[in-house]
Design a protein around this ligand. Structure first.
Ligand SMILES: [Zn+2]
Length: 264
């Protein structure tokens, strides 16, 4: 058990209106009516023991515009709104190398990166350029991570690792070949930042895989892992893209901050 008790923030910087039939894998197989749905875009902040740690860095506003995504606030501006300057960030946990998690890394030249080994291997390998994979990553971001690794600035993770006192990362498959979920010890107990291992609460509640996937069996296995953390350790689960995260954690403006909610 960690002594630290991290503060955990979810910072929302973008949104995308969508349909259930677009967000879920083979939605028609459930025989449910289609309906409006949305993805919100987040990154996360951990503060404790004198350190500020980011979990992902959002998308680059220019890349977002090219991709037709709505940036509510540029991620670096959102960071400033919660009182963090890039120079104050010691560590960035990169959950996976999809474009909406790796933008803006260049703004943190002194931070140490924590990247799943399998993820870097995949996105620098032969299959990354194939049509069903390529649109999800920005080659310049992947090259940046590769360069940082050559400079000795990247900790490559696999399996389950304690990267800092009270911060554990677990590599899972499913959505992306080697993404990691983060288990953080807060004063209120463990928090699981699933990032895109779970985009939406309903994936867990209804056992419905997300449309963007690398491996269906591994996606179900990741859901099982998250369920298990919830049941066995009473963890608060924070999906990677659900607008509900903001609502469930006081994002109605009552906390006085338009971009972030405090998870714990
Ligand atoms: Zn993703």
């Amino acid at each position: 058990m960690s002594e630290i008790g991290y503060e955990v923030l979810a910072v929302r910087y973008g949104t995308l209106p969508s349909r259930k039939s677009e967000l879920y894998y083979r939605y028609e197989s459930y025989k449910d009516a289609d309906g409006a749905a949305a993805l919100d875009y987040y990154f996360w902040v951990l503060r404790g023991g004198g350190a500020t740690i980011l979990v992902d860095t959002g998308f680059d506003p220019a890349a977002a515009e090219r991709r037709g995504r709505t940036c509510l606030v540029a991620p670096l501006d959102a960071l400033a709104e919660v009182g963090i300057m890039p120079a104050g960030v010691s560590t960035i946990v990169v959950t996976h190398l999809h474009y909406d998690h790796t933008g803006n890394l260049h703004a943190f030249p002194d931070a140490h990166l924590v990247v799943p080994a399998r993820e870097l291997e995949f996105w620098t390998g032969d299959f990354a350029t194939r049509p069903q994979f390529a649109p999800h990553a920005e080659p310049a971001d992947v090259a940046y991570v590769e360069r940082a690794a050559q400079e000795g600035r990247v900790r490559l993770t696999q399996g389950t690792e304690e990267i800092l006192d009270g911060v554990q990362v677990v590599t899972v498959g499913g959505h992306s070949p080697g993404q990691q979920v983060i288990v953080v010890e807060s004063a209120a107990g463990p928090v699981v930042l699933t990032s895109d291992a779970v985009h939406l609460y309903e994936e867990l509640e209804l056992d419905r895989p997300f449309a963007v996937m690398h491996d269906l069996e591994q996606m179900y296995a990741a859901y099982d892992l998250v369920h298990d953390l919830e049941r066995s350790r009473g963890a608060v689960v924070v999906p990677g893209h659900d607008p509900e995260v903001f609502l469930r954690h006081g994002g109605d403006g009552s906390n006085g901050n338009r971009v972030a909610v405090r998870i714990a």
